[in-house]
Design a protein around this ligand. Structure first.
Ligand code: ATP
Length: 228
């Protein structure tokens, strides 16, 4: 497994008391597996993604990323693990409109401490694989919403991660574009052999997922197993 959460419990302070966002949650995803997480608002999906991203340390339980126990690590080592092993597709891509698609990827590389020039060709190839062939040098301001989401996905794949975490990828898209983006996520999951956890409220796209897990009140209700 590339990502495994075991018995993860996470609480937030809530006035004088606490709210339990995750209640002994266990789940995993293998390389090449698209694991979709669904559930009503407030069921804990975002909290689970944040714990999986090692952005929040759970109160109890463990998060293992590509064989490394993240919960044991100090802040610096956890940040390195995140940068080297995890790609995150945020709901709000926060792309820089004046940069071209390829420059967005190079900036990400640069922030990871890699010399950008050596990665230009790789970034161009990566953008081609997410359906942006011929548009690598367009500024983000001139790309459509669906194309921007493709840049967002390509950017998450730049560090050759083992785990891809995707938050509501279809939120700002119409049905057809949303369906194509989910198909793309399924496709890159297989071609890049990453373990993908995808939070979505769009239950109509779930046929593309290998595993679907439903959350309610911070707990996981297994819905159905691998579909292929
Ligand atoms: N920073 C926070 N402080 C206090 N409580 C929080 C915080 N973040 C989330 N919660 C609470 O934790 C629970 C789980 O919230 P979470 O955002 O993880 O659910 P969700 O399924 O992602 O919801 P949504 O689909 O609305 O984003 C909810 O009861 C929520 O109110």
């Amino acid at each position: 497994m590339s990502i495994t959460l075991r018995d993860v419990t996470l609480t937030y302070p809530d006035g004088d008391s606490t709210v339990t966002a995750l209640d002994r949650v266990s789940l995993s995803a293998a390389p090449g597996e698209l694991h979709a997480l669904v559930g009503p608002s407030g069921s804990g999906k975002s909290s689970l993604l944040a714990a999986a991203a090692t952005l929040i340390r759970p109160d109890t339980g463990t998060v293992e990323i590509a064989g490394t126990e993240a919960t044991d690590l100090g802040d610096r080592a956890r940040t390195q693990l995140r940068l080297n092993r995890i790609g995150i597709v945020f709901q709000q891509p926060n792309l820089i409109p004046s940069l071209t698609a390829v420059e967005q990827l190079l900036v990400t590389d640069h922030m990871r401490g890699r010399p950008p020039r050596t990665h230009r060709a790789a970034a161009e190839r990566l953008l081609a694989t997410v359906g942006l062939d011929g548009k690598q040098h367009r500024r983000v301001a001139h790309l459509s919403g669906g194309e921007r989401q493709r840049v967002n996905i390509a950017r998450a794949l730049t560090g050759t991660p083992r785990v891809l975490l995707v938050d509501e990828p279809t939120a700002a898209l119409d049905h057809d574009r949303g369906a194509r983006i989910v198909e793309l996520i399924a496709d890159v999951t297989r071609t890049h052999d990453v373990a993908t956890l995808m939070v979505t409220h769009d239950t109509e796209y779930l046929d593309t997922a290998d595993t679907v897990t439903t959350m309610r009140d911070g707990r996981i209700l297994p819905e159905r197993g691998p579909s292929r």
